[in-house]
Design a protein around this ligand. Structure first.
Ligand SMILES: Cc1ncc(C[n+]2csc(CCOP(=O)(O)OP(=O)(O)O)c2C)c(N)n1
Length: 600
């Protein structure tokens, strides 16, 4: 006989995650979600950690997913507001190992500052959402969510509410899912969300959504349950259990996968019965979609739009409506597949000018040094994101501001070694890089963080930030020292001159080889703020064999010429090309001997 367990919804989700092959769980505490992670921490086969907040938790879980492992991240409903930045773009990048985000909502505000209905986030991000209605389903749906995540290359929202999270019920354990870990393969068009790739991914999301719609129609998670009365009820989550008890003879459309809505199954319910009601807590999320099909339905005019429901509330609210004369039937109007915008075509005859790092940009030196090591460089947002593009190909990801450090930590934790590094700008570090660094320290993550400190927020036009102390009126305010900040956290930190390639290269190498977590601050002001040219660079055409090592830097000042390279007027004389040339073909004018080091 099968062993039957008695779990709260939260315990069931944790056990369900282990059964589904998840090896990484993280989250930030908040009622009613907290016990999911606490339970996971007691189970074998899964690593569980508290993160510093929900944004960092999601980014860390994304790192574990990218490393090819199944990961689950837990939070209360308001936590998803904190994690909304990575969440919205994660819909575009998709996943590698399955990724399930548990949002535990709190209708009635038992322990919350608001009672927002997070089903709206599924619609907002165009991701599938599952809503279990009891502990058994909480356990079972986790595996369904992981399977959907990998099949459709999407994060999946698993929505719980207080009653489900804290209520207890029987759970029959199932056979464990057997999984092969997925390999990580760099794929910048999937994981680096610069506009040119994000536009393409966005189209895939719209197409994926149509496929998910079709899946919702077929899915055994969405069940049309026959009744004997001439009324039908559409419900998901715990609201289903209340409605089932209140109207045992009704027909039901029970939605386990409540987003996207299976419109045709809804229409089929309307064919069976005279009157249909939607029973849902909080917003008219399903009701509005049913009304949009042109089908008359009873919803929030009868049921409260705030607080929790129960079977008595549902019965008393719906009884008078469901016993009335039925409205005139209408034919449903199904939502059409949306048209996609025409792909913009470049004007004929114009050259393609991809965005590039400026000539002399010191971010280029960091990428050149990092490329020498076999670490997956998790990127962030700033000018330096351009380092992901050819020819540098030096960043593997760009999800949202501040994501690099959490993703690095999750990636390395999931693989149990220093396999990824993080690259983040100084402004971005202050924006949202400090919290994941604290988190990485607290969770003893391995990794190398390179802060590209160009003393400004260059990408948006040279604004000040706490590191520079510069105010919008260009007056000087107090400054925060990044090195001291890191050391205050307890993290090793070295500041090096990003113009001195040898020193920078050595510092990065030392940190790659060192155990644990370390930060290298690559310091040099943005080249656009330094007006002086560091020196004239000459090419020795005899020595140059056009091997391409200097052209690989992607510096707009260098161009291939006949059998050699040419240095154009935009050169700032940074001299990085001299450093990478193996034949001593490049040198500063006036320096003695070909390839001699110049004034940098
Ligand atoms: C949440 C959010 N806020 C603002 C922006 C706009 N933004 C993009 S990068 C960036 C800061 C870049 O500065 P820094 O990290 O110093 O890198 P730099 O461009 O100087 O290399 C900002 C403000 C954004 N993408 N996301």
């Amino acid at each position: 006989m099968e062993r039957t367990l008695f779990f709260s919804g939260n315990e069931a989700i944790a056990h369900g995650a282990v059964r589904a092959g998840a090896v990484f769980a993280c989250g930030y505490p908040g009622t009613p979600s907290t016990e999911i992670l606490e339970t996971a921490a007691r189970l074998e086969g899964i690593h569980a950690q508290w993160c510093v907040n929900e944004k960092v938790a999601l980014e860390t879980a994304v790192g574990a997913s990218l490393a090819g492992r199944r990961a689950i991240v837990t939070m209360k409903h308001v936590g998803l507001n904190v994690a909304a930045d990575p969440f919205m773009t994660l819909s575009l990048t998709g996943v590698n190992g399955g990724l399930v985000i548990v949002s535990a909502d709190d209708p009635g505000m038992h322990s919350s500052q608001n009672e927002q209905d997070n089903r709206a986030y599924a619609k907002f991000a165009k991701v599938p959402m599952l809503e279990p209605s009891d502990s058994q389903e909480a356990y079972d749906f986790v595996a369904e969510a992981f399977a959907l995540s990998e099949e459709f290359d999407t994060p999946v929202l698993l929505r719980s509410t207080t009653r489900l999270s804290h209520g207890r019920g029987q759970v029959i354990p199932r056979v464990s899912v057997v999984l092969e870990p997925r390999d990580y393969a760099r794929d910048i068009s999937k994981y680096v969300m610069v506009p040119q790739y994000a536009r393409l991914r966005n189209r895939l999301v719209l197409e994926r959504f149509q496929k998910l719609r079709a899946r919702a129609e077929e899915s055994s998670l969405n069940v049309l349950e026959a009744g004997t009365a001439d009324v039908g009820i559409i419900a998901a989550g715990v609201a289903y259990t209340y409605a089932r008890e209140a109207f045992p003879k009704a027909w039901f459309l029970k939605l386990g996968m409540s987003h996207p809505l299976p419109s045709r199954k809804v229409a089929r319910l309307f064919q069976q019965v005279a009157r249909v009601a939607v029973v849902e807590e909080l917003d008219p999320f399903i009701e509005e979609q049913v009304r949009a099909l042109g089908l008359p339905v009873v919803g929030k005019e009868a049921l409260p739009a705030d607080g929790e429901l129960d079977q008595d509330i549902v019965f008393r609210a719906l009884e008078p409506f469901l016993s009335r004369r039925p409205p005139r039937r209408r034919r449903p109007v199904f939502p059409p597949a949306p048209r996609l915008a025409d792909t913009p075509q470049p004007a004929a005859g114009l050259p393609v000018r991809p965005p590039v790092l400026c000539p002399g940009c010191t971010h280029r030196s960091v990428f050149t040094a990092l490329r020498r090591h076999k670490l997956a460089p998790m990127g962030d947002i700033g000018c330096y994101t351009l380092g992901a593009l050819p020819p540098l190909l030096a960043l593997d990801s760009c999800l949202c501001m501040g994501a690099s450090i959490g993703m690095m930590a999750g990636f390395n934790k999931a693989l149990g070694r220093k396999a990824a590094a993080a690259v983040i700008g100084d402004s971005t570090f202050f924006h949202s890089g400090v919290t994941p660094l604290i988190d990485a320290y607290y969770n003893e993550a391995d990794g190398l963080v390179v802060v590209l400190d160009n003393r400004t927020t260059a990408m948006t036009g040279h604004q000040g930030h706490p590191g520079t102390g510069l105010r919008p009126d260009r007056s000087q305010g107090p400054t925060v020292d990044i090195k001291k900040l890191c050391e205050g956290i307890g993290v090793r930190c070295h500041t090096v001159d990003a113009n001195d390639f040898g020193v920078l290269d050595a510092a990065i190498k030392a940190e790659v080889d060192a155990p644990g977590l370390g930060v290298v601050v690559a310091l040099a002001p943005c080249v656009l703020m330094v007006r002086e040219k560091a020196g004239e660079i000459l090419v020795d055409d005899e020595r140059c064999n056009l091997c391409g090592l200097c052209l690989d830097l992607g510096c707009p000042a260098l161009a291939p010429a006949e059998g050699t390279v040419s240095v154009t007027d935009v050169c700032t004389g940074c001299g990085l090309c001299i450093e990478v040339c193996r034949r001593g073909a490049l040198s500063y004018a006036g320096a003695s001997g070909a390839g001699a080091e110049g004034a940098r």
